[in-house]
Design a binder for this molecule. Structure first.
Ligand SMILES: [Zn+2]
Length: 169
C-alpha cells in the first residue's frame, strides 16, 4: 500500500509500548454537496498513537483547506479548518463496537479515519453569512444588491460581489 496515509504500525500491535507519531500531508479532493476539501494546499495530519487496552488511541490534529459554495447566493469562499482527533484503532478484536477502525495487519491506512473526521464536520448547506438573501432564481440577480440607489452606493462590497458573480462560471 503506497499512499501518504499508510503506516507500518504492526509493532504497536505486537506490544510496542512507546507512543509513536504518524504525520504527513496529502493532496485530496473530497467533497459533499457544496463543500470540498481542496488538494492545494494539501491537508496535513499529525497524530500520536499510544497503546491502550484493546487497541491504539489516536490523538492529534488534522488541518485542511475547505472550499464552500453558499447554497443561497453561490458565492464561493475558502477557510482553513483544524480538527482535533480522538479515536481508537482496535487491534485484532472482532466486532468491536467502540470503533470503526481495526488494525489487522502490519500496515494501517489512516485515510478513512482522516476522511471521516473532516467530512463529518462539513455543512450540508453552507451559508456565506447568516442573513444572506440569495438569488432570484429566474434572473440570477442578487437580492443582496436589490437596494435603493443610496443604499446601493453605501453597500459597494455587495456590488463587487455581484460583479464577481456576473463574470463567474
Ligand atoms: Zn450567500
Amino acid at each position: 500500500m503506497n499512499t501518504p496515509f499508510a503506516f507500518h504500525i504492526g509493532d504497536m500491535r505486537r506490544g510496542r509500548s512507546e507512543p509513536r507519531t504518524v504525520a504527513g500531508q496529502a493532496a485530496v479532493d473530497w467533497h459533499v454537496e457544496l463543500s470540498r476539501i481542496v488538494p492545494e494546499p494539501p491537508l496535513t495530519f499529525d497524530l500520536e498513537l499510544s497503546a491502550v487496552a484493546g487497541g491504539l488511541s489516536v490523538m492529534g490534529e488534522i488541518e485542511a483547506t475547505v472550499e464552500h459554495r453558499c447554497y443561497r447566493c453561490l458565492t464561493e469562499w475558502q477557510e482553513t479548518v483544524t480538527k482535533a482527533v480522538a479515536q481508537l484503532i482496535a487491534t485484532g478484536v472482532e466486532d468491536d463496537e467502540e470503533t470503526d477502525y481495526v488494525l489487522d495487519g502490519d500496515v494501517f491506512d489512516f485515510e478513512p479515519l482522516v476522511r471521516d473526521e473532516l467530512m463529518l464536520d462539513l455543512p450540508i448547506a453552507p451559508l456565506c453569512r447568516a442573513d444572506c438573501e440569495g438569488l432570484v432564481a429566474a434572473t440570477g440577480s442578487d437580492l443582496n444588491t436589490d437596494l435603493s440607489e443610496d443604499e446601493r452606493v453605501a453597500s459597494s462590497p455587495f456590488s463587487v460581489l455581484k460583479d464577481l458573480l456576473d463574470t463567474g462560471d
